[in-house]
Design a protein around this ligand. Structure first.
Ligand code: ZN
Length: 542
């Protein structure tokens, strides 16, 4: 039961970005735990709010809670507690060996070392199991690639899983081999499932990072990541690859009051037949935990070199790309999911793979047209003709411009002039596509202001421009990370903007973002985060 004091409305006065396109900016917003009560000028809101707690935040920007429509929530929680081997702290093979060696000194013999985030495109050469063996032969070592699509393991891990030089590559994956045919320990895409201690068999439906862990550990991971999200201004997060492992963790976290953010789960396509057999399709659930779109994979990773372009990339065209399933199987799954009423979210990067996916969606929609909002996850390199088809179909693109900062230098080296056409958000907006910004955490930073800084700046880590004509404005970026993300989740009726009747997820940023230079946007922090009208995070300045 709320007491009198708790149920008093809050009025925030400041620079309010409403995300309502009819009136994007306002001077104040009033809300309580039932939702947003009023938004408008100071006078309008004061008149509507009556007896309220009034907080003046000066010229700081007040925004709807940010929505991350593609984020690996649970994996982010795991990575926050794991050995961090991200660039730039690990920038070479020797750095990697050193970090694993140091970790081995603190883990009992026969234990497991699980590291997250290596990015060997930035090293002098690709590391191998023999490098990891130099770090330790007394532990099983798994080092996950920053893309989430690859893993590097030591020889002991290969032995443990019975993977040998004569083990064939699985469909949709590759065990990388040296010139003598020996497996090097680097396992690409669907081959991850052969070497990781996986808890769930997902076949070739995607990269398998669903490793064994107790439900207690998983709930800890959920809470750890959820608290970090609130501190970054995220109030709704969509996990873009969910198996029974993740769904069990979110349900347990929610049941014990340890699910800090509104959570949408995208079941992976290996479960499509199971959902069909019981007649269930998303969206399904409530405002705290729900099932959203069905997740499918077309090609591999742009960063990892397995994205499928019509013209292979790399200095000598060495990255030909690969598909997780055959074109026919992918089209069959998309058609079946569409027929059942699912929204689909298809991981797709290169233009060759986008062609396959658009063809499949077009065929499915032709049979039964509806407000499907099918999603292209990442949509790295759509051609101008494909952008027209995306707009025509009412497909939304769920984009991660932080890739341009993290890996833009490799993209420029590997793709040449094509790199400037990656994540072509300006062309998509001009064509009428409803673009969505998201993080793909833990592949990149989960902070919305990092994502927005990359959408606006389009500058690589080394400071090179990458497709500057495709930059968004700060206001366009805010729409794409709030109301248009809500639309992509079929939640725009209650989330994503500050309008009377919506749930009161509200974030106060620590300055006026419309007055911040593009190269300083990433440094914008969060004063306060409200979820459902309750303050759930207060930063230093609040
Ligand atoms: Zn992802």
């Amino acid at each position: 039961m709320n007491d009198e004091g708790e149920s008093r409305p809050t009025v925030l006065r400041g620079r309010v970005f409403t995300a309502n396109r009819r009136r994007p900016w306002a001077g104040a917003v009033a809300f309580d735990r039932t939702g947003v009560l009023a938004v408008g000028s100071l006078e309008e809101v004061d008149a509507a709010a009556g007896s309220a707690t009034r907080i003046d935040v000066g010229n700081h920007t007040i925004v709807p809670g940010f929505i991350d429509a593609h984020n690996h929530f649970l994996a982010t929680g795991e990575s926050l507690a794991s050995l961090d081997v991200r660039y730039p702290s690990v920038a070479s093979v020797e750095d990697l060996v050193e970090v694993v060696r140091a970790a081995a000194a603190t883990v009992p013999a026969n234990g497991t070392i699980h590291a997250f985030g290596f990015d060997h495109a930035k090293y002098e050469r690709t590391p191998t199991r023999w490098d990891l063996d130099r770090a330790t032969d007394a532990h099983t070592v798994f080092v996950q690639h920053v893309s989430g699509h690859h893993v590097l393991v030591n020889s002991r891990a290969l032995e443990r899983h019975g993977v040998r030089d004569d083990t064939p590559d699985p469909p949709g994956g590759e065990l990388v081999r040296d010139e003598h045919g020996r497996i090097t320990g680097l396992c690409l895409d669907a081959a991850m499932g052969l070497v990781l201690p996986v808890a769930v068999d997902i076949g070739s439906h995607g990269p398998n990072f669903h490793t064994h862990a107790s439900i207690e550990e998983l709930v800890d991971d959920v809470e750890r990541a959820g608290d970090a999200f609130l501190a970054a201004g995220l109030t709704t997060v969509c996990d873009a690859q969910v198996t029974l492992r993740e769904l069990a963790a979110y349900r347990a976290a929610r049941a014990s009051g340890r699910l800090p953010v509104r959570t949408v789960a995208m079941p992976l396509s290996h479960q499509l037949e199971a959902y069909r057999s019981i007649g269930l399709a998303g969206p399904f659930g409530d405002d705290r935990l729900r099932i959203g779109a069905m997740k499918l994979y077309a090609d591999g990773s742009l960063i990892g070199g397995t994205a499928m372009f019509s013209e292979p990339y790399g200095a000598s065209g060495e990255f030909a790309g690969s598909l997780y399933s055959s074109e026919e199987d992918l089209a069959r799954m998309i058609a079946a999911a569409h027929e059942d009423g699912w929204q689909v979210g298809v991981h797709v990067q290169g233009d060759r793979a986008i062609e396959v996916v658009l063809g499949a969606i077009e065929a499915a929609v032709r049979v039964s047209p509806r407000d499907h909002r099918h999603r292209l996850e990442h949509a790295g390199y759509p051609t101008p003709a494909q952008i027209g088809r995306i707009a025509e179909l009412g497909v939304v693109t769920v984009n991660q411009p932080s890739y341009l900062f993290d890996s833009g230098d490799e993209f420029l080296d590997r793709l040449g002039s094509r790199a400037h056409g990656l994540i072509p958000l300006r062309s998509e907006l001009d064509a009428g596509v409803r673009v969505v910004l998201s993080s793909d955490s833990d592949v990149t930073s989960y902070r919305p202001m990092d994502t927005i800084a990359s959408a606006v700046g389009r500058v690589t880590r080394a400071g090179r421009q990458i497709g500057p004509d495709q930059a968004l404005t700060i206001e366009e970026s805010l729409f794409a990370h709030t109301i248009d993300a809500a639309h992509a989740l079929f939640l725009e009726d209650r989330l994503g903007s500050l309008e009377p009747g919506k749930l009161a997820d509200v974030v106060v940023l620590d300055r006026d973002v419309s007055a911040v230079a593009p190269d300083e946007l990433a440094s914008v922090g969060v004063d306060t985060t409200f979820l459902g009208g309750r303050p759930v995070y207060r930063g230093g300045a609040a």
